[in-house]
Write a protein that binds this ligand. Structure first.
Ligand SMILES: [Fe+2]
Ligand SMILES: [Fe+2]
Length: 274
């Protein structure tokens, strides 16, 4: 039987997106079936690669070189779905990576439940975005994508709390801020399947941010440190630049992120882009 860390590395070393997500979903199903039956899949140990395997396409470009397209045009909508697909594929790897990377830190089983569930949902999100692209005659890999999405993982490769602060509590929380605007674009274009897919993503991402906040607070409690000041310190250390308002205060609150966590890190200068 594969250990949970071996399952994670199996996903991380699979390059093709659809194959990666199929493995991710199958391993998640195995984990939850075992949890339900009382049988135990050991955590085990396995060496996570510094960077996950990725398909040959899309070509990865510096964010400044990725061509910008108007979101109001059909090509712009394809580009938007493609960008979200790329984010979701990164999210699959980010969720599996944390398990073998920080396996030496003892965590309750519920931590692994949360991460495996989120990894399974990210896999579903990638497939949903691929389905939408294919419906429009495109596919994941047809356009260039942002390089450097794995940067947050590399920067926090030896800092578990830094990883939790930056990935779920900053990057995934940002998704809560921007997704309603994307849903509006596809609603206006009458693209029901993209609207439904993005609504699923939006609903499920709240829990991913919440898992991050929950386990970040857990670790602060274990070390008897103040979560808010530790969060500020770690985000300033690992996240380059300020957080960008407007924030989705309602969904952030639902996910256990109070305003005093993110407002002090925000760029509050009007009309300055970062
Ligand atoms: Fe997602
Ligand atoms: Fe997520």
């Amino acid at each position: 039987m594969m250990s949970l860390c071996e399952m994670a590395v199996d996903v991380l070393t699979t390059a093709d997106g659809r194959r990666k997500t199929a493995k991710s979903r199958a391993h998640a199903a195995r984990w939850f079936a075992a949890r339900a039956s009382g049988e135990e899949i050991p955590l085990g140990r396995a060496a996570a690669p510094l960077r996950p395997a990725r398909p040959e396409a899309p070509q990865l470009l510096d964010p400044r070189e990725v061509p910008k397209r108007k979101p109001g045009s059909p090509q712009g909508r394809i580009a938007l779905l493609h960008a979200v697909a790329h984010i979701e594929l990164n999210a699959v790897d980010l969720h599996w990576d944390i398990i073998p990377r920080f396996a030496e830190t003892p965590m309750p089983a519920g931590f692994y439940d949360d991460w495996v569930k989120a990894a399974d949902e990210e896999s579903k999100h990638f497939n949903l975005m691929c389905d939408c692209l294919e419906e429009l005659g495109s596919y994941y890999g047809a356009l260039p994508a942002h390089a450097g999405m794995w940067r947050a993982a590399e920067d926090t490769v030896d800092d578990f709390m830094g990883r939790l602060a930056v990935v779920p509590m900053v990057l995934e929380a940002r998704g809560l801020d921007v997704t309603p605007g994307m849903i509006a674009i596809f609603r206006k274009a009458g693209m029901d399947s993209a609207v439904a897919a993005l609504e699923t993503i939006y609903a499920e991402e709240v829990s991913h941010v919440a898992y991050g906040s929950k386990w970040f607070h857990f670790l602060c409690g274990r070390h008897d440190t103040d979560p808010k000041s530790v969060f500020h310190e770690l985000v300033r250390k690992y996240f380059k630049g300020a957080l960008k308002p407007p924030f989705n205060e309602e969904k952030r609150a639902e996910a256990g992120l109070p305003p005093d966590f993110y407002w002090p890190l925000a760029d509050q200068t009007p009309n300055r882009s970062r």
